[in-house]
Design a protein around this ligand. Structure first.
Ligand code: BGC
Length: 255
């Protein structure tokens, strides 16, 4: 690390894999390769912390570098109020305190979609945008990030919004549902249209960003969502969570 290239470690905890890299936080780019270890099935919080430690060790980063953790649940004052897609053992836990049992570094934890949205506003699809930007990540669940004037308003959890049909956005239109129900892109786009229209009506954003692994196929479904508000694919793809978490860790460590 040099003064012109400040960096931090970013870790993205997902339902199927835990990924991490060393990030140049000025440019929003990986400095090392991205390491991935499968998430232990039904893994306890301490087991997950152990995998995070393994990835950090692989990075061989200077000992004082902070770690940002992108985590698939809301994080309120460091604590997980509810957990949709990982072990229920996380509920009520202070995530950084658990990880600290395995990792002796400054640790900052935030919601995964918040990390991705923040990264897209700083370096990606909404770079320099000062209006209201909403990012939705389509994966096992649906995550959301709300950013206005480059400030993140955390824990919006719009994936749990109950639609007119009584089903939550996430259970109706995540990319996991698209796969499980064998939907065509047309059918899925109709569902996504309900989700986007509802959120559009509630928040009147200036821009939507769509992330998650499936966003690489954006040409197949984004044009099928008729909305006046522009919808663009994420630019940083599956790097966004890692980059956003590293950026937040860097900023928080300097406070
Ligand atoms: C969780 C969110 C998370 C999203 C994507 C949802 O089920 O409640 O916190 O951002 O999944 O992982």
């Amino acid at each position: 690390m040099t003064k012109s290239h400040p960096c931090a470690i970013g870790i993205d905890v997902g339902g199927s894999g835990i990924k991490g890299a060393l990030v140049d936080v000025k440019r929003g780019k990986f400095i090392t390769e991205r390491y991935r270890i499968p998430t232990p099935e039904n893994g306890s919080p301490l087991q997950i912390a152990g995998v995070i430690r393994e990835i950090i060790d692989l990075l061989e980063a200077p000992a004082d570098l902070p770690v940002g953790i992108s985590f698939p649940a809301p994080i309120v004052a460091g604590v997980v109020p509810f957990m949709a897609n990982l072990s229920q053992e996380w509920r009520g836990q202070h995530v950084a305190s658990i990880i600290r049992q395995k990792v002796d570094r400054p640790i900052f934890v935030l919601n995964d979609a918040d990390a991705a949205g923040y990264a897209e506003v700083r370096y990606g699809a909404a770079h320099g945008h000062r209006g209201t930007v909403i990012m939705l990540t389509l994966g096992t669940g649906i995550g959301s990030a709300l950013v206005r004037q480059r400030r993140l308003i955390p824990n919006t959890e719009l994936g749990h919004l109950i639609l007119d049909n009584g089903i939550t956005a996430e259970r109706f239109a995540s990319s996991a549902v698209y796969t499980q129900e064998g939907l065509s892109f047309e059918q899925w786009a109709e569902r996504l249209t309900q989700v986007f229209s509802h959120i559009n009506m509630l928040f009147s954003p200036d821009l939507f960003i769509v992330g998650g692994g499936i966003s690489k196929h954006h040409k197949k479904f984004l044009p099928l969502i008729p909305l006046d508000t522009p919808i663009v694919p994420a630019k940083l793809r599956n790097a966004a969570g890692i980059i956003g978490a590293a950026r937040v860790a860097y900023e928080e460590a300097r406070r």
